[in-house]
Ligand binder design. Structure first.
Ligand code: DX5
Ligand code: ZN
Length: 219
């Protein structure tokens, strides 16, 4: 069954603990935390302090998506604050292999994200070392953007590459950006195993229903 990871970027930050409880009770699998630095992406969000603050409010996997430069410097802080999985951007890491092992050495799962225009082939030599690939289906920086359909072809390519290497049960394929009950079935059919959704979940009054609708659309 596909995993659903609500992105707290679209939640009410004044009541983050309750928002997380609500999606947890509504059937969320992971909690997706978007970290932006105003350099790699044109927006600023949160740091390790907020990860630490939400950690006691949930037992779900905290999936921390770093859209930042100089990730190596911040990785230990996010790990100490309670991240279970840390995703870095291929485009922001000059020494990607070193950064992946830096994450793993903290006892945290490691993932790599690709912007919409970055080819899957750039991960060919790191696939064996990672737990997940995050394919962006919008240009990172903001919630509530429109899904870029070209990602479907990328998902299929990645899935084929994973099958070729016998890694299809080991490496998750996560899709992030513009996911809702209409777009979710397209990416799941192509091979996605984990869906991030911000606006489609926190933009709805009834979060449990929003999660259910995305799930049912994929069956
Ligand atoms: C975008 C973030 C996403 C974002 C998704 O830069 O990485 O996680 O919150 O939001 P929606 O689902 O609203 O597109
Ligand atoms: Zn994200």
């Amino acid at each position: 069954m596909v995993k659903i990871a609500p992105s707290i970027l679209s939640a009410d930050f004044a009541r983050l603990g309750e928002e997380i409880k609500e999606v947890e009770q509504g059937g969320a699998d992971w909690i997706h935390v978007d970290v932006m630095d105003g350099h790699f992406v044109p927006n600023l969000t949160i740091g390790p302090l907020v990860v630490k603050a939400i950690r006691p409010h949930t037992n779900l996997t905290l999936d921390v998506h770093l859209m930042i430069e100089n990730a190596d410097f911040y990785i230990p802080e996010f790990a100490k604050s309670g991240a279970d999985m840390i995703t870095v951007h291929q485009e922001a890491c000059v020494h990607l292999h070193r950064t992946i092992y830096h994450i793993k050495n903290q006892g945290v799962k490691a993932a790599v994200s690709l912007n919409p225009a970055t080819p899957v082939s750039t991960l060919e030599h790191i696939l064996e070392d990672i737990d997940m690939v995050l394919l962006m289906s919008v240009n990172p920086g903001f919630g509530g953007q429109k899904f870029i359909p070209e990602v479907v072809r990328k998902i299929k390519q990645l899935r084929e590459l994973l099958v070729e290497r016998g890694l299809e049960d080991k490496v998750e394929i996560q899709i992030d950006g513009g996911i809702n009950a209409e777009t979710a079935p397209l990416v799941v059919e192509a091979g996605a195993t984990c869906l991030v959704a911000g606006n489609a979940i926190f933009g709805q009054q009834d979060r449990a229903r929003a999660i259910r609708e995305i799930r049912q659309a994929c069956e």
